[in-house]
Each structure stands twice: as C-alpha cells, then as structure tokens.
Ligand binder design. Sequence first.
Ligand code: C2G
Length: 137
Amino acid sequence: MKRVITYGTFDLLHYGHINLLQRAKQMGDYLIVGLSTDRFNTTKNKRCYFTYSQRNKLLESIRYVDLVIAEDCWEQKIEDIKYYRIDFFVMGDDWKGKFDFLRDYCKVIYLPRTPEISTTAIKIHLRNACSNGSCSK
Ligand code: C2G
C-alpha cells in the first residue's frame, strides 16, 4: 500500500484544493491530510473563515481523503512521515523547494497549483461584491 501525505489550511474549500487532493490520492492508495489547526494558522498569519473542526468535517467528506490529522507546527512532518510510513509527500508548487529536506524520508512531489482560484481571491471577490451592494443577503 502506497501512502501519501499532504498539508494545508483548506479554508473556504474550493476546486483548487480538490484538484490537489485528487492528484495526491492518485500517487498512491491512502491519503493523509495534515490540516492546519487554528493556532498554527495564526503563526502562518492566516485568519480562517471556518474553524478547524468545520474544515476537518469538510475534508473528511472528500472521497480522496482517508485520514485527517492535525498540523500544529512546521516541525512535525518528519515524525508524521515516519509514524504513518509515508511514501509520497505532495504539495502544490507554490511550496516548490521548501520541503526538499524531506527527500531523506520519502519522495517529495510538487504539483502545479490550479492558477485561477484561491481562498484569498474568493474573500476579495465577495468583499468587493458586498461593498458595491451586489451580494444578496
Ligand atoms: N492549492 C492548489 N491550488 C490552489 C490553491 C491551493 O493546488 N488554487 C494547494 C496548495 O498548493 C496546497 C494545498 O492546496 O498544497 C492547500 O493550500 P492551502 O490551504 O493554502 O495551504 P497552505 O496555507 O499553503 O498551507 O505545512 C504546509 C502548510 O500547511 C500549507
């Protein structure tokens, strides 16, 4: 059984996230997602719309995802890879090079991001729509 892991915040879940998770799962047979906790997100300077438990619920509903674990710090990845006997570490290529040190423990793969969508873009679009009165309340 080939085991894959990826990490992220996955706030305001969108099809760019799903594209990543789908391709990550295709690398093997079992996909683990390290989901950033609310506390860890503050260190990433990310303010989430959904809480950890809400984001966890969404991720666990995705058929590509087999297990969700908490990502609470940058330093846990090596231990996670050892503990879960990971074969592939997969991230979007906005992280290209940042996790090459994990090559000592498993294969590291960076996949092309889905370019036109992001959680930040969604927030900006909605903020602009609401400020010019075009969002229905
Ligand atoms: N992603 C993507 N295409 C997008 C948006 C995101 O492929 N349009 C990918 C990212 O490259 C990442 C994953 O989806 O691999 C999750 O993205 P985020 O939730 O933004 O995660 P991030 O804040 O980058 O946290 O330790 C790693 C960090 O936790 C990653």
